[in-house]
Write a protein that binds this ligand. Sequence first.
Ligand code: CP
Length: 322
Amino acid sequence: MRHLLDTRTLDHDTALQILDVAEDMADTQSRQVKKLPTLLGKTVVNLFFEDSTRTRISFEAAAKRLSADVINFAAKGSSVSKGESLKDTAQTLQAMGADAVVVRHSASGAPQTLATSGWISAGVVNAGDGTHEHPTQALLDAYTIRKRHYGADSRGRDLTGLRIVIVGDVLHSRVARSNVWLLSTLGAEVTLVTPPTLIPQNVSLWPVTVRYSLDEALAEGPDAVMMLRIQMERMHAAFFPNEREYTRLWGLDAVRVAGLPSTSIVMHPGPMNRGLEISSEAADSARSTVLEQVANGVSIRMAVLYLLLAGERPATGSGNDD
Ligand code: CP
């Protein structure tokens, strides 16, 4: 793997390979000494132009557990405020020795630009770009669904026949897009439930069923219900019904959770708007995998960094050091 830019072009076998390597990584994390020497001498740069808690810290933890050096860049407080471009910022960090650049940006396509422009030689991982994609989030979600469904027998299995309902602000959600592509590639049946104003115009081209009633979708007993954050910061007010109306029609609460089959799980990528798209009772219920998703994210990101960087020769030197 040279870059990880999206799940739309991720094939079935590569996706399964990432999930299976993540299983191996998770096994190492139950040991007393969690650190592996695998990426000793490699440098991972977290290049974040948008805020993040889970993704940035998870990539940092993953890189450090593989013994890579980590450089964290946040646009806030940097020379971006003086007008420095993406190209100059990336090349500056490349000059400090980056082997992989993990990039989050408000502009859809920014990671693709970094990967294909020739500006830098490092591998590029998309950590969320605009409303386009967030591939490692979808991979950790698929991992979580597979682990909950198959437990210790997960390795080598895809999600064929599992039914996943994704609920909420699909229009602005890179998490939803990455999940639609990945879950369907892995054989799952995906249903989107959303207000009519928050569905993308080209959804008829996606491998999904669209519903507008949450209660009808939940009555079919899905294996997983994935709630999405309402992204007010990307939204024109005219697109959003009032909050009380949204919660009544599309919010997940304890009553709706109680109506699900006992094996169904409740997911949310975070950060959550508690009381809006999900109640605290639903978010903290025994069905909720919110914190499992966070923990699984470290294993997935270890797997991605490993597949990107392990086995490469150092960029400098003879390469004849063994
Ligand atoms: N799920 C997710 O991307 O969370 P952060 O924005 O905190 O990274």
